[in-house]
Design a protein around this ligand. Sequence first.
Ligand SMILES: Nc1ncnc2c1ncn2[C@@H]1O[C@H](COP(=O)(O)OP(=O)(O)O)[C@@H](O)[C@H]1O
Ligand SMILES: [Mg+2]
Length: 361
Amino acid sequence: MDHRRHVREPGTDFRSRALGVARTDQTIIDYSKEFPEEWRHLVNYGLLAGGTASPRITISVVRDWLRRQSTKPDKELETVFERFELVANVSRTEISEVWKGVDRISGEAVAVKIFLHSTTHAVSLAERETDVLNAIDSPRIVQILHYGLVNTGRPAIVLKWVDGSPLSELIEEGEAFAWDAALEIGFEILKALSEIHPNTSRAAELRSKTELTVDEFHELQMVDSGYIHRDIKPGNLIWNKNSRQITLIDFNISSKAGAQVATTSNTPGYIPPDYHLADPSQAWSPDVDLFAVGVVLYQLMSGAMPYASDDPFNPREVAGDGIPENVRRALLRSVAPRQRDRFDSAVDFIAALAETPQQSG
Ligand SMILES: Nc1ncnc2c1ncn2[C@@H]1O[C@H](COP(=O)(O)OP(=O)(O)O)[C@@H](O)[C@H]1O
Ligand SMILES: [Mg+2]
């Protein structure tokens, strides 16, 4: 069943109607009132954030925004290899193989992620990753350049090459991270997450404006619903020692915040113990990613996971010399077994880690 085609239809319909109206591009409309049915469709399909109030926008904003939404990958059999030359294989997981490559047109280094199967499941993973990355524009999130099918029918995405090493590689090589170096990395990861998670105060600020530019309108869709990465772990975090930046990769299981918890693809050890997979009353929310950040920081600072394998409800304190008390407390809180005890925003987690340490003794 081509679910996705169905999803896109209301948008297409909306576009033709929006563009068909005989008014100038600068006409200001309130499009939830002007196109109530399309608005409801778009909200239902998760293409637009919901909410009772909608801002007034000009027709040209609607048009530019719809054009932006429709930068859909070309699903025709596209020869990725005509444009991108594969140079060296850098990874193979159950999901994909990743190659370092070169864009023959720009000469730039790229990462070509080729999914291992040509099944509809693989296509949906690749499309999810493409859709999410197209929606996000942030220096700490990997940039997508292209989506297509390789000649075997397997989906492939082409990403900007990120210099550095995945934290998993550094951990495997036995690299020791002092607590303050680990904390620096933690702040980077949390800043990256604060840019993709929902941001209700920014949404309210944008809603209160009488008119929005296309960038602001796009930002409103983003901050209103936001994304949960769902697979924060060392292999998906690339650390560049020179620029001291983290880049977040691997969005193939990301969900809109608020979407129902319905699949089991999260990596064990990085998902909170109280997330009951396939529980329809539970929704993906930022605390899932923040829990995983806590686990990564435990690993970097102490070389151990917070939970003993036989006791998933009693996290230990992070072990390591010199770790300030507020950092210990914040980490313990981030991996608390119950959602109500964990952080619910990256900004709060950053604030707790950044508290001025108490002078001891
Ligand atoms: N844009 C990139 N730049 C550099 N290396 C990358 C990039 N994307 C992926 N990689 C490498 O490939 C590995 C697997 O990529 P990832 O997207 O996590 O695939 P999977 O979904 O199979 O886990 C990463 O851990 C990293 O080593
Ligand atoms: Mg990965």
